[in-house]
Design a protein around this ligand. Structure first.
Ligand SMILES: Nc1ncnc2c1ncn2[C@@H]1O[C@H](COP(=O)(O)OP(=O)(O)O)[C@@H](O)[C@H]1O
Ligand SMILES: [Mg+2]
Length: 372
């Protein structure tokens, strides 16, 4: 018999959260369900494995994940409520909204390949979450079906939440002068099956690498197969760099896909990133056009920035206005994207007002001078 998990039943942040059960285990840690007695709610808590807590690289990666996610406010990105280091024993945690549903890998394993009408909206939502991250200079770098969660909660079905920014890095473009450059040429991180050619070669990555990975995910969701036949992770890495992908239509005998969809996926899987869609929003739009689906209001990417916790402090950090005790967002916010989308309209009103005011002042002055 295995020893019971010592974390079950323990509390975090002076009893604000109580760990109830383990949801899943990953390379760096485990994700637990926890209760939040003050609001009679549930949260998910990611905890770094105790045995890895002395690995400086992993600790900083954990912090980076929390920091990256706390920059993001898109409703299709999992929301971080608070993160930090427990005062008692230095346990590193990230408290997130609790999601009900399955990840995309579990979904495809349970239900088989998904029809395009269902798969495209899932990918489009993922693209919009990524678009926000990219606009803020964050590249996910580990997109795979396991990190795309399909929520069925609060009356929503097939609502996407992008997870696991554990490998996310802030691109050099966005880094403040003098800060350390995190991107190191020659180092390969990620998951071989979903890796872009440039990632497989250990090059510096940008948003277009995530677009390639999203295209591999879509390919697998539609066909149940990857775009190459390989026997080992090393071989996948090699094929991403060298071999043209098998076309969607050739992949599953007897199954046909809209030709336009084949073309969109082929473009997103271009070896040369300059030949791909250049933004996730552009990729989303092409996908929707390929299957004749229009954009929906909740897919508009918001540009609103959220406050970012400062680095270095060991105490818990609440990344957004929501305090850890705030009720969890089970219903997905729709107002923020709409407000952000209307920003351009608001600034135009200011310009017109300023113009009218300017004319009024000039007229007043002219009258005053004329009278004297
Ligand atoms: N907020 C959440 N609510 C519910 N389940 C979650 C949540 N976050 C992660 N999970 C589950 O735990 C698994 C591992 O989470 P992930 O963030 O991908 O961590 P890892 O770094 O261990 O891969 C996911 O595939 C998902 O099924
Ligand atoms: Mg993961």
């Amino acid at each position: 018999m295995r020893a019971p998990d010592p974390l079950i039943g323990r509390d975090l942040l002076n009893g604000q959260f109580q760990i109830v059960r383990k949801i899943g285990t990953g390379g760096m840690g485990a994700v637990y369900e926890a209760s939040q007695p003050s609001v009679n709610g549930k949260v998910a808590v990611k905890i770094l494995h105790a045995k890895l807590a002395n690995r400086k690289d992993l600790v900083s990666r954990f912090h980076r994940e929390a920091a990256a996610m706390s920059h993001l406010t898109h409703p299709n990105t999992v929301k971080v409520l608070v993160y930090g280091e427990d005062e008692k024993d230095g346990l590193l945690y990230i408290v997130m909204e609790y999601l009900e549903g399955k990840n995309l890998n579990q979904t495809v394993r349970a239900e088989g390949p998904l029809p395009a009408e269902r798969a495209i909206p899932l990918l489009v939502q993922s693209c919009h979450a990524l678009q926000e991250a990219h606009e803020k200079g964050i590249v996910h770098r580990d997109l795979k079906p396991e990190n795309i969660f399909i929520c069925n909660q609060g009356g929503m079905k097939d609502y996407v939440k992008v997870l696991d920014f554990g490998l996310a890095k802030v691109t050099e473009r966005e880094m403040r002068p003098g800060s350390m450059i995190l991107t190191q040429e020659g180092m390969v991180f990620g998951t071989p099956e979903f890796m872009s050619p440039e990632q497989a070669q250990g090059k510096t990555l940008d948003a277009r690498s995530d677009i390639y990975s999203l295209a591999v995910i879509l390919y697998e969701v539609l066909t149940g197969k990857l775009p190459f036949d390989a026997k080992s992770p090393m071989e996948y890495i090699q094929l991403h760099v060298q071999k043209e992908p098998i076309t969607l239509s050739a992949r599953v005998p007897g199954k046909t896909f809209p030709p336009a969809l084949d073309a969109v996926i082929a473009k997103a899987l271009s070896k040369n990133r300059d030949d791909r869609y250049q933004t996730a929003a552009e990729f989303a739009q092409a996908l929707q056009q390929a299957v004749g689906q229009g954009p929906t209001s909740h897919q508009i990417s918001p540009t609103a920035h959220s406050p970012v916790p400062s680095n270095g402090s060991p105490s818990p950090k609440a990344p957004e206005a929501a305090s850890p005790a705030a009720p969890l967002a089970h219903a997905m916010p729709a107002a923020a994207p709409a407000a952000a989308a209307s920003k351009g309209g608001v600034s135009l009103v200011y310009v017109i007002l300023a113009f009218v005011l300017g004319i009024a002042v000039a007229l007043g002055l002219a009258l005053f001078v004329f009278k004297r």
